[in-house]
Design a binder for this molecule. Structure first.
Ligand SMILES: C[S@@+](CC[C@H](N)C(=O)[O-])C[C@H]1O[C@@H](n2cnc3c(N)ncnc32)[C@H](O)[C@@H]1O
Length: 225
């Protein structure tokens, strides 16, 4: 029997996906598990990028605050903002994962599936989208980078993707270093390193690839103006 392709561009678009997982207490599982390790990797990458407590961070596609539970106590109060396609998953993280929930105003957790960043203030200096674009067709990366241009103080945008080695290989399923199999036309998605540079350049950014090893074989890029 052949496996039927999902009608959704991303598993997160399946109707009821968030409600069922949150109701079952699985708010950690639906962002991929490996909770502490993945939060620590993100904090380390941000610290290496120069993030200080007085900076202002935007966590894009932040899920149940796997990074937020570490970034909120590190940053000055009010300096962490997060978006996600589901505001409910952000709020589930707020309820369950923050050491001191009073340090994060829930109004700084914003439902946004279009990478439009509504209500995010101009003070943002750093942004991160970790394990978000691997779940989405690559035009979402372009939208995000185009829309991030409006933040005047934004110094660096960190984001992860899966890569395929070349154009011919990209048309085939690609096994990543951690064993995840990625695809060009369905999730989890891969793209070419050239695609990343091209998309970023067109959106007004230049990108550098990091050598840091990441969970599941993702590759980290940093965009600067
Ligand atoms: C693998 S999780 C990663 C969550 C978080 N960045 C982390 O590392 O813990 C992917 C996240 O992307 C979010 N997401 C999926 N599609 C999105 C979209 N179109 N806009 C914003 N977030 C999206 C999902 O809701 C989910 O929380």
């Amino acid at each position: 029997m052949t496996k039927r392709a999902s009608p959704h561009a991303s598993p997160y678009e399946a109707p009821g996906f968030y409600d069922a997982a949150i109701a079952a207490g699985k708010h950690r599982d639906i962002v991929g598990g490996r909770w502490d390790e993945t939060g620590r990797v993100q904090m380390a990458a941000l610290r290496e990028a120069g993030l200080r407590p007085d900076h202002h961070l935007l966590d894009i596609g932040a899920g149940s605050l796997r990074l937020g539970c570490k970034a909120v106590p590190y940053l000055a109060p009010g300096h962490y903002w997060a978006t996600d396609a589901s505001r409910d998953i952000l709020l589930a993280g707020h309820r369950a994962e923050l050491e001191d929930p009073a340090r994060l105003d829930p109004r700084q957790l914003i439902g946004d599936a279009a990478f439009a960043f509504p209500g995010v203030p101009d003070t943002i200096t750093h942004a991160i989208a970790f394990a978000v674009f691997p779940h989405l067709p690559m035009a979402h990366l372009r939208r995000a980078l185009v829309n991030l241009r409006r933040f005047p103080r934004l110094e660096q945008v960190l984001f992860t993707v899966f890569l395929a080695p070349d154009a011919a290989a990209a048309a085939l399923p690609c096994r990543q270093p951690d064993g995840v199999v990625t695809h060009d036309l369905r999730a989890p998605y891969h793209l070419l390193e050239d695609d990343v540079h091209h998309i970023a350049r067109g959106a007004g950014w230049q990108v550098a690839r990091s050598a840091r090893m990441l969970p599941r074989g993702q590759v980290l890029f940093t965009a600067t103006r």
